[in-house]
Ligand binder design. Structure first.
Ligand SMILES: [Zn+2]
Length: 244
C-alpha cells in the first residue's frame, strides 16, 4: 500500500464562515488556532464562542478574579488569530451539565452567527496518547453542540428563539473536533501560522504561568510536526469531522 493511502482526508475549506465553540479560554489555543490563523488570512470569517469564562481554571486565583482575567486573555488570543467576534455564555466552569439550557444557548448562538462549519475540541474520554481522563466540561459540550446544530436548524425546537428574531439556520455542514483520538481529516499550515498559533497560547499569560515548567511552545510545534508527518505535509492539525 502506498504511504499516502494512510493519510487522512484534507479538511474541506470551501466555506466562508465558521464558529469555534469550546468550554474554556485556552481550549482552542491548544492546536486549533494555527488552522484558524490560516483561515482568517484566507479571508474566511471565524468567530469564537466560549461556553464558560474558565473561572475555575487557576488553582491559586479565586474565580471572581480568574474569570475576568481569563476573558481578557481569550480576547487577546482571539485578536492574534484574527477572530471576528468573541462571545462568552457564562455557564459554570467545571460543572457544565448536558441539558436543554445549554442546547438552547448554543442553538441561539448558531442561529446568530450562521456558520457553515463549527469547530470544537475533543469530547471523547481520552486525548490521543494521554492516560488522563478528559475534562468533564469537554465531554459534556461535544454531544450538546452536535444536538444544538440540529436544534438550530429546526424551527419547532426552541420556538422562543424564533420569537427573538433568530430564524432557523440549516447551513452547518459539519462539526470538526481537534485533538480527537479518532481523527478523520487534517488541514495543513505554514510556519507563520504555527507561530501565530503559539502566540495565541502565549496570550493566556497568567493561566500558562500557573502551569509551571510546561513547555507549551515545544508541545504545539511537535504536535503540528507529527500531524504533518502522518499526512505528508510539513505542519498540520487533525480533526474528527462529524456530519450533521
Ligand atoms: Zn478546556
Amino acid at each position: 500500500m502506498a504511504a499516502q493511502d494512510t493519510h487522512l482526508k484534507p479538511f474541506d475549506e470551501d466555506w466562508t464562515r465558521a464558529l469555534a465553540v469550546v468550554a474554556h479560554p485556552d481550549d482552542l489555543e491548544f492546536g486549533a488556532t494555527s488552522a484558524i490563523a490560516k483561515w482568517t488570512r484566507q479571508g474566511k470569517e471565524v468567530s469564537e464562542l466560549l461556553v464558560t469564562k474558565g473561572e475555575a481554571g487557576i488553582e491559586t486565583v479565586p474565580p471572581s478574579e480568574a474569570g475576568p482575567l481569563r476573558v481578557e486573555e481569550q480576547r487577546a488570543a482571539a485578536r492574534i488569530v484574527g477572530a471576528k467576534r468573541v462571545q462568552f455564555l457564562d455557564f459554570p466552569d467545571g460543572t457544565l451539565e448536558y441539558g436543554l439550557g445549554l442546547r438552547r444557548a448554543l442553538a441561539r448562538a448558531i442561529r446568530d452567527h450562521r456558520p457553515e462549519v463549527v469547530i470544537s475540541i475533543n469530547y471523547r474520554e481520552y486525548f490521543p496518547g494521554a492516560d488522563f481522563y478528559n475534562h468533564a466540561d469537554h465531554r459534556v459540550l461535544g454531544p450538546a453542540l452536535l444536538d444544538a446544530v440540529r436544534d438550530a436548524a429546526n424551527t419547532w425546537v426552541f420556538p422562543e428563539l424564533g420569537e427573538e428574531g433568530l430564524k432557523a439556520w440549516k447551513g452547518v455542514r459539519s462539526v470538526a473536533f481537534s485533538s480527537s483520538p479518532e481523527p478523520t481529516h487534517f488541514t495543513s499550515f505554514g510556519q507563520d501560522e504555527l507561530n501565530t498559533g503559539i502566540a495565541s497560547l502565549d496570550a493566556h499569560e497568567v493561566y500558562m504561568g500557573a502551569l509551571e515548567g510546561f513547555d507549551h511552545k515545544s508541545m504545539l510545534r511537535t504536535a503540528a510536526e507529527e500531524a504533518g508527518a502522518r499526512n505528508g505535509v510539513e505542519l498540520a492539525v487533525e480533526f474528527e469531522v462529524v456530519g450533521v
